[in-house]
Design a protein. Structure first.
Ligand code: K7E
Ligand code: CUA
Length: 655
């Protein structure tokens, strides 16, 4: 969304002021202050010891991670590291998790995460996994909602700017990835000016197994437009996927002008069921690709990274009747499908109107071959024939839409800074509420499913300004919680978010809470270098590598006195937490380590590497206040000179 910020910030202030003159806004401002405010407070108040009603998984944008919030309180419950190293837990620093950040470009310690989506069964969120895309070095991650840890990351080859991702079909058959920046496919050295007609926009369909494992099934070789956002069909339109495009001009420079020439870009309608059949019958062509597939195994507590080298390319024109373009005005951004699957909305970010297509009309138009032309061999449907309706004058700069399951839709308007409620079918605007300020995405728990839980809506706002105590030039972004159970939306709460929240996914706590793991069982620990009891602890030398098999339990390390290590050694501390109680992690940190601490959950084994540079006696300690004697949870490593003869010796209380 940074792109909009830049383009639109010039007009932002004046437009915002115009918007603020609106009567509706004034009255709502009044209703959220004074006497009404105490009522709002009650409705978001979660008493000490009580739990929230919903989980909200909010993307961390340029933090690369995913944050977990409770709704309605807006309390942040956890930050889950996904695409970025996370010193708090050692994710991406520990030997076990470093492979998660491996890519065909090598180890990448950072990512830009945008759109989380929760797995579904029969069109309902099922609470098994959250998927989230990485925009910069295209990847999709899968996070377990039993452990709230990232279990799998797959890189998307031949893609650039993985933005129209990671949305799932209604039985989690597929999660998709689409390229926002068209690129040579496959990549090659060529003049940039020759982009037009030569760059491509591959759309990747990743099959998800019953165990959650992802596998690239096929890659659709699409024209070189920018594929911005996407949504799966549901109900009758299950089997289709819809992608908004912009820059159908195929401009390679000064896109803020050159990619806004066409009055209409497209929504690409992809019949993935048809392509799946085609592929299952041997269709498509295997081409070379290079991409990492990283999997974390909860029994070994260890990730592995495998380099893959083939992908199946499908030319949509060879499948027949599989892909169509629906003209959609003004560089559409959001692409949203209502819970019934009949309506497909595309929000032209430079317009005031919203365009909604009808799935059944689209099918009619396809049957009637009601085309107005073609783009690179793909039929372009007649705009008037697929149009279901237009929401007129909703606001300025529409971006994203969610649904409440009661026949209403809610669209964010970035420039006029508001959330607008409108009715599906009649297209009338029912309500509008200001957002503070410049809202991007919004989220209703289950809003991407057949059965939204339409009680609350959160807006995720790009600009914070005066909403909180100032914290210097850099402010956290802000979310706002609205009650949408009544006819009018009511603003209840502001809360800060972390990174840049592009999108979020929400679900009833009941669907997740009962499955949440409390400990890792020691008797299931298959880590290759675990010490499952203090009797197993030891030190082993292998050339310059020294392996320390260590355990933690309240409140000591075993061993806690280590000798025989030399300058120039590489020391691997394999630390197993022997605790089997909920919420008793131990930490491990050692002076001069060039990485991070480890935070080890009960029953888990993690490894940190330490390269001692100086002779001496160096302490290590537990970083997590685990007991009354936490401060005593420490030990010493003696480091001798390169050529010393001090033998390896490890002890605890002299033994
Ligand atoms: Cu509109 Cu990346 Cu979904 Cu930001 S994107 S808002
Ligand atoms: Cu273990 Cu503090």
């Amino acid at each position: 969304m940074k792109h909009f910020k830049f383009i639109l910030s010039i007009t932002f202030l004046s437009l915002l002021m115009v918007g603020c003159g609106d009567d509706d806004r004034k009255s709502s401002n009044r209703s959220s202050s004074g006497a009404m405010a105490s009522n709002a407070a009650e409705r978001v108040y979660v008493a000490p010891g009580e739990h929230d009603e919903f989980y909200a998984f909010i993307s961390g944008g340029y933090s690369g991670n995913l944050t977990v919030y409770g709704l309605p309180s807006g309390r942040m419950l956890k930050e889950i590291p996904v695409f970025s190293q996370f010193p708090t837990s050692g994710y991406g620093y520990s030997e076990e998790t470093r492979p998660m950040l491996n890519t065909s470009f090598g180890f990448i310690p950072w990512g830009d995460s945008h759109h989380p989506d929760i797995s579904q069964t029969n069109g309902d969120t099922d609470g098994r996994w959250v998927f989230i895309n990485e925009n910069n070095t295209p990847r999709i991650a899968r996070i377990s909602l039993e452990t709230f840890e990232t279990e799998e990351i797959i890189e998307i080859p031949h893609s650039a700017g993985n933005h129209s991702s990671s949305f799932v079909t209604e039985n989690t058959e597929y999660v998709v990835a689409g390229t926002r920046f068209s690129v040579p496919y496959p990549q090659k050295d060529m003049p940039i000016e020759e982009m037009k007609g030569n760059f491509k926009g591959p759309l990747t369909f990743i099959a998800v197994g019953d165990d959650g494992r992802m596998k690239i099934d096929f890659q659709l070789d699409m024209p070189g437009f920018n594929y911005d956002l996407s949504h799966p069909g549901r109900g009758d339109s299950h089997g289709w996927f819809f992608f908004t495009t912009y820059n159908t001009e195929e401009a390679h420079t000064m896109q803020e002008v050159n990619a806004s020439q066409n009055d209409k870009d497209f929504i690409a309608a992809v019949n993935w069921k048809k392509i799946q059949e085609y592929v299952q019958n041997g269709g498509g062509e295997e081409i070379d690709a290079e991409y990492a597939h990283n999997v974390y195994d909860h029994s070994t507590h260890t990730a592995t990274s495998t380099m893959m080298n083939k992908v199946l390319r499908v030319d949509p024109r060879e499948v027949g009747d599989a892909v169509f373009f629906m003209p959609t005005p003004k560089s559409p951004h959001g692409c949203d499908v209502d819970p019934s699957g009949e309506y497909i909305g595309g929000n032209g970010k430079l317009s005031t109107d919203l365009t909604v297509h009808s799935f059944s009309k689209m099918i009619q138009a396809i049957e009637n071959e009601d085309f107005t032309g073609e783009a690179y061999g793909i039929p372009v449907l007649n705009f008037d024939s697929t149009l279901a309706g237009t929401v007129k004058e909703g606001g300025l700069g529409p971006l994203h839409t969610e649904f409440d399951g009661k026949g209403n839709a809610y669209t964010t308007f970035f420039i006029s800074s508001e959330v607008v409620k409108w009715k599906l079918g009649t297209w009338e605007v029912l309500d509008r509420q200001p957002s503070y300020y410049s809202v991007g995405h919004l989220m209703i728990p289950g809003g991407n499913s057949r059965n939204p839980e339409g009680k609350y809506l959160i807006s995720m706002n790009k600009i914070t300004k005066d909403r909180y105590l100032p914290t210097g030039p850099e402010l956290e972004h802000s979310a706002q919680l609205y009650d949408i159970s009544g006819e009018k939306m009511e603003l209840l709460l502001d809360f800060p978010t972390h990174g840049e929240p592009h999108y979020a996914a929400g679900i009833s706590a009941d669907k997740v809470k009962p499955n949440s793991k409390k400990i890792y069982r020691l008797d299931e620990n298959k880590h290759a270098r675990a010490a499952l009891s203090e009797a197993d602890t030891r030190m082993e030398r292998d050339g310059n590598n020294v392996h320390v098999y260590m355990t933690t339990v309240r409140s000591h390390f075993a061993p806690d006195n280590l000798e025989g290590i030399k300058v120039g050694d590489k020391v691997f501390f394999h630390v197993t937490n022997l605790e089997q109680d909920f919420d008793v992690p131990h930490g491990f940190a050692i002076i001069g380590a060039n990485n991070s601490e480890l935070l080890i959950m009960p029953g888990q084994t993690k490894t940190t590497t330490w390269e001692p540079k100086k002779e001496g006696v160096w302490p290590f300690y537990c970083t997590d206040f685990c007991s009354a004697l936490h401060q005593e949870m420490q030990g010493y490593v003696r480091v001798s000179g390169k050529n010393s003869n001090v033998p390896l010796r490890w002890t605890l209380d002299g033994e």
